[in-house]
Write a protein that binds this ligand. Structure first.
Ligand SMILES: Nc1ncnc2c1ncn2[C@@H]1O[C@H](COP(=O)(O)OP(=O)(O)OP(=O)(O)O)[C@@H](O)[C@H]1O
Length: 624
């Protein structure tokens, strides 16, 4: 938000003054001419005297106009304050929500209509404005006022005028320096508050902020950078805002105490701001969550954000528009008490896959298949650029920095040192306890009927569960009350969960994979238990098959590169042989390739290469 000066008189007032001045001037001039000149009444017939008098009148009028303007400026200096709210800045979101709540746009006639998404739009219900549209009809579409016409509203006894300006979005139009918008993108809201009290603006912003956090409490707000809207200013605009339902901490299945320790650490950090300042230590804290894909790293961060009531500013270093400068600008524009998230931070650095031929079925260090790295997605961010951001001013002010990676080994030690990364948390593939917990979470007693726990109707056989399931109550028997019935379901689900977990080999499957499997049996816990063993067998067989294919491809690629290297070396040494040049010892790959190769040796003058004598000398002179 930018507050701007009071000297900027609205155009209509200055036009009015100019008009008044010119009308008065013209009418005086006309009356002088019409009356046949001042001489008639005053006895002054001298034309030059007349001219002098007219000039004097003009001067007086001009001075009068300036006095009015000056008085207006003095008066308006105290009577109104104006402020600009820039899209992409958090205050913009706060204000738009307040305006929506206050129904400021009720009389708006211009709307942008889009289908409902998780994108934050602060839409309004059309049904409140148009009687022809029923309430239910608002459910599938969002009606966002375009705010093009100025609106006046009364807040806490003050008159406030609101206008919105859409800024140019092309690089040429929005280039910083030429643009009225310092962020160079999106739109701005302008407020004019008619008051003498300068505090009103801060009170309004604080009210808007509180309302925003109250409304967004059930959600996690995630800010990203929309590349379709170019950012050209020194401050980067986080112009894409999404919201997700808040995720309870209990829904994250990790080794006991892991998530609590992160929360406790973060809370302590937030509460100790003063201590950090007194000790002269930058008030920031870095966390690295590392481990195989699908083990809950991102989910943990979302749950923590919800628990701490912080918003997430997420940046992918793999995005092609992100370089050191973008990263630095993005970090600077993150507000206090937020989470700065960089997912897959390893992509800023060389990886082993990048050095070997890319294969879509690349095997990860965890013995499972991971997402292939798409060629050309290596980030333009350098290690020093990243370290600068972590150390720099932009990373201070109560920000929590979270990074995730599947490859901690790819990270430079400089990045991992305390002060940059203060806490490392390792994630693992699922163990039996996690598998059982996941199963229980999938089939909560309140959503499962007793009949869902009966032998599977799909197969029609007695379920292959190790623990015997209590026989279902006879239909005519007295029906137990609801609570008791639920307890029975919970007990049955508990036993099935143990049975399910027993079949899961530890450290082979991610929680996301098991979740994917269970999604196939949403209402069929019995069937999920019955089918898990064959599923595991199938998965393991597929992995083994992929591993073999991968190995054979690698072996072939290695063979091929050895061959190419040897051929190139051979060609080089043959050329040298024919020109009688002195060469360094032949590389081992070429030696291995040419050993026993009669044709190749023949090409080098009938000698095996290198001859022991020359090898000793360290250099080779070719003989005829
Ligand atoms: N430990 C877990 N507890 C609960 N749900 C989990 C867990 N691990 C994974 N999931 C589920 O699996 C899906 C993917 O999880 P998430 O994105 O958090 O994994 P990740 O470790 O961040 O993966 P990646 O490294 O690929 O980004 C989510 O739907 C999440 O609900």
């Amino acid at each position: 938000m930018d507050a701007f000066g009071p000297g900027d008189m609205p155009d209509w007032i200055s036009s009015l003054l100019n008009f008044a001045a010119s009308v008065t001037g013209v009418s005086v001039f006309a009356s002088v001419l019409n009356s046949g000149g001042l001489g008639e009444t005053t006895g002054m017939q001298n034309p030059s005297l007349k001219l002098l008098l007219m000039l004097g009148l003009g001067y007086v009028l001009n001075v009068a106009r300036k006095v009015v303007l000056w008085a207006y400026r003095r008066f308006s200096f105290q009577y109104y304050i104006t402020a600009q709210f820039q899209e992409g800045d958090p205050t913009y979101e706060w204000l738009v929500l307040l305006l929506t709540n206050e129904k400021v746009w009720k009389k708006s006639k211009d709307f942008r209509v889009t289908s409902k998404t998780s994108q934050m739009k602060w839409s309004i219900g059309l049904s409140t404005t148009t009687s022809a549209v029923k309430e239910d009809d608002d459910e599938n579409a969002e009606y966002v006022p375009t705010y093009s016409a100025p609106q006046i509203w009364r807040w806490n006894g003050y008159w406030i005028e609101v206008t919105r300006n859409v800024m140019p979005r092309t690089p040429m139009d929005g280039y910083y320096g030429g643009s009225p918008n310092p962020h160079g993108t999106g739109s701005s809201l302008y407020l004019t508050i008619y008051t003498f009290d300068m505090q009103v603006l801060s009170k309004l912003v604080e009210t808007a902020r509180k309302k925003y956090f109250e409304v967004s409490r059930p959600y996690i707000i995630i800010h990203t950078i929309d590349t379709l809207q170019p950012n050209y200013g020194p401050v980067l605009s986080w112009n894409n805002v999404k919201r997700k339902n808040r995720r309870p901490l209990e829904s994250i299945i990790l080794t006991e105490g892991v998530i609590d320790s992160i929360i406790q650490d973060a809370r302590e950090f937030i509460d100790m701001e003063e201590w950090y300042m007194d000790a002269g230590i930058p008030h920031r804290r870095g966390y690295l969550l590392h481990g195989p894909p699908g083990t809950g790293k991102s989910s943990t961060i979302f749950a923590i954000a919800g628990e701490l009531g912080m918003e997430i500013y997420s940046l992918s270093l793999a995005a092609n528009f992100v370089d050191d400068s973008v990263l630095a600008r993005a970090a600077t524009s993150i507000p206090k008490n937020s989470i700065f998230l960089i997912e897959d931070i390893d992509c800023a650095f060389p990886s082993r896959e990048d050095e070997s031929p890319t294969d879509p079925n690349i095997m990860s260090p965890y013995g499972m298949y991971t997402r292939p790295r798409i060629p050309g997605t290596r980030s333009a961010v350098t290690l020093s650029g990243l370290l600068n951001v972590l150390d720099g001013v932009g990373s201070e002010e109560g920000k929590l920095f979270f990074a995730t990676t599947n490859y901690i080994d790819h990270l430079d030690a400089a990045l991992l040192r305390p002060g940059r990364i203060d806490m490392k948390v390792e994630y693992h593939l699922s163990n039996k306890d996690q598998a059982a917990a996941l199963f229980r979470r999938f089939y909560p007693a309140k959503h499962i009927k007793l009949t869902d726990t009966y032998p599977s109707p799909r197969i029609g056989t007695v379920p292959l569960i190790d623990h015997p399931i209590p026989a279902p109550a006879p239909r005519d028997a007295e029906v137990p009350d609801l609570d008791e019935k639920r307890a029975t379901v919970a007990e049955r689900i508990g036993r099935m969960a143990d049975s399910f977990a027993e079949k899961i080999p530890e450290g082979q499957f991610s929680t996301a994979e098991l979740q994917g499997y269970l999604l196939g049996y949403k209402k069929e816990p019995v069937h999920a238990v019955e089918s898990i063993a064959p599923w595991i067998e199938r998965e393991q067989a597929q992995r083994e098959e992929k591993r073999r294919r991968e190995e054979s491809k690698r072996a072939k690629a290695k063979e091929k590169s050895k061959e190419m290297l040897a051929q190139a070396g051979l060609a080089m040494y043959s050329a040298a042989a024919s020109s009688g040049m002195v060469m360094p010892p032949m590389p081992p790959a070429v030696v291995a390739e040419t050993a026993g190769d009669v044709d190749a040796v023949a090409g080098l003058g009938g000698k095996h290469w290198p001859s022991p004598a020359l090898e000793k000398e360290g250099e080779i002179t070719l003989e005829e």
